[in-house]
Design a protein around this ligand. Structure first.
Ligand code: ZN
Length: 173
């Protein structure tokens, strides 16, 4: 994997790999660590707060995030699953795979998540506000769900042109 790691790039809508349901991670080898490292690099280059493996074309249930930009806040979540959610929050979201599109998305306000780390050790996490929002956005990616699926009619109209341009670019028009 390491030979190909440096070739990984963030893939863009409407790449069909963004619509696939990802497979659980079962191999907690050094390659997984290297993949996470490459994903952090790409996330930082793109000035994002989160990046899921399918966004670099790797169809595994894993995402990285850093909600502050401080190196000490790098976090990796492998095989995440929600065990509890409470309340609602409204907020605007973008996605590194859908440039220049921002939409209002309704998310749970507080969520409890169980996930493994890069060594396969399982932890339980609870968070709210921005962190809870990132967890839900990135976990959506692992199920082939994009912010476009959460759009309201007004956002659907507002983003139509940009999405058409992305589709044309993907086809190579
Ligand atoms: Zn995204």
């Amino acid at each position: 994997m390491s030979d190909t790691l440096s070739q990984l790039q963030i893939i863009l809508y409407p790449d069909p790999r963004l619509r696939r349901k990802c497979e659980p991670v079962t191999d907690f080898s050094p390659e997984l660590n290297a993949l996470a490292g490459r994903m952090f690099d790409l996330m930082r280059e793109a000035k994002g707060v989160g990046l899921a493996a399918p966004q670099v074309g790797v169809l595994l249930r894993m995402f990285v995030m850093n909600h502050t930009g401080e190196p000490g806040d790098d976090r990796v979540f492998v095989n995440p699953r929600f065990v509890d959610r409470d309340g609602w929050q409204e907020g605007e979201e973008g996605c590194l795979s859908i440039p220049d599109v921002r939409v209002q998305v309704r998310r749970a306000a507080t969520v409890k998540l169980i996930a493994q780390d890069l060594a396969g050790v399982e932890y339980e996490y609870t968070s709210e506000e921005l962190i809870a929002r990132i967890w839900q956005h990135e976990t959506d990616h692992l199920n082939g769900v994009l912010i476009l699926d959460h759009m309201r009619p007004t956002d659907r109209i507002a983003t139509k042109k940009t999405l058409k341009e992305l589709e044309a670019r993907y086809r190579g028009d």
